[in-house]
Write a protein that binds this ligand. Structure first.
Ligand SMILES: O=C(O)c1cc(C(=O)O)oc(=O)c1
Length: 296
């Protein structure tokens, strides 16, 4: 993408409301991103969108505004396999952020170790054709084997229509797996719909598959306050209470036509995790086990 001719996209709310719900102390926003700033951290030549700057200062201000304590920063596709922007944000967080990288499968062991020292605890494999040009399963599998020694996990982003064909690949991954946005099931099919049922079967196939119960704004067919999402996701949070993570998804890549209010996203939490215990697991215990294991 040539960065001098394309308008830069703003996909986040200019002034998110203050949530009514107060997260428990130590709550982790376990899925968010940073974009740039571009002058310091240019976007990938292969990026499928060109966002405005949404750097660490903005992310940490939002964290505080929403009542969270920590962030897990997931390398956004617009930065390709150069994790410098993500590492920069982690370095500026005073220990309050860790990250998930996207790597070139040819990465050296020394480079992986440097990512670990910079706060990375997982790698992301992205299978969305609108975001990446290729997703080589055989090479991803090699990476998954190599990160085992570091105690990392893999984060996988795919859509419900390819769940079936992903199953053999997922079964061979030797590390814990985190599925982004539940593999994007249809919410309009309801809590017993075919797509969420297939997803639960995947969750049942291994006890080390986790998921992010994120993105009502992306997945709901109804819009804010996303009642269809709540109806489908609440049973999931109860059934897999030790393997669910929550995040804002800020700055909401590609959501410029349907920008969510982050305060409203936080107010979904007590509707999908209906007891203080479920909320503590979702927001504190679970993400701490995956990302700050040495402190648990
Ligand atoms: O659905 C998306 O457009 C999207 C994109 C990215 C990314 O560009 O990395 O990350 C996400 O979590 C979601």
């Amino acid at each position: 993408m040539t960065t001098d001719t394309v308008a830069r996209i703003v996909s986040w709310h200019p002034a998110p409301s203050k949530p009514r719900y107060t997260p428990p102390p130590g709550a982790v926003d376990a899925h968010c991103h940073v974009f740039g700033p571009m002058a310091d951290f240019p976007f990938s030549a292969k990026a499928k969108y060109l966002p405005g700057d949404a750097g660490p200062e903005m992310l940490f201000a939002l964290r505080d505004h929403l009542g969270f304590s920590r962030n897990v920063i997931v390398q956004a596709s617009c930065h390709g396999t150069d994790n410098a922007a993500t590492l920069n944000a982690i370095a500026k967080s005073n220990g309050k952020a860790r990250g998930v990288a996207v790597v070139d499968p040819a990465i050296s062991d020394a480079e992986l170790k440097a990512l670990h020292d910079g706060g990375i605890r997982g790698v992301r494999f992205n299978f969305l054709k609108r975001l990446v040009d290729d997703a080589p399963k055989d090479r991803f599998l090699e990476v998954a084997h190599r990160i085992q020694a570091l105690g990392w996990h893999v984060v996988i982003y795919f859509e419900a229509d390819i769940l079936e064909e992903m199953l053999p690949f997922l079964a061979t991954i030797p590390t814990p797996i985190v599925i982004d946005h539940m593999g994007r099931p249809s919410m309009s099919q309801g809590p017993d719909g075919a797509e969420i049922t297939a997803f639960k079967a995947l969750m049942d196939s291994r006890d080390d598959i986790w998921t992010k119960v994120t993105c009502p704004d992306r997945l709901s067919a109804q819009g804010d306050p996303w009642d269809d999402f709540v109806e489908v996701v609440r049973p999931l949070v109860e059934r897999y209470s030790d393997r669910v993570l929550w995040g804002t998804d800020w700055p909401h890549p590609n959501m410029q036509d349907n920008v969510p209010d982050d305060g409203h996203l936080v107010d979904v939490i007590p509707r999908i995790a209906v007891t203080p215990e479920l909320q503590r697991k979702l927001l504190v215990d679970n993400p701490m086990r995956l990302y700050w294991a040495e402190q648990t």
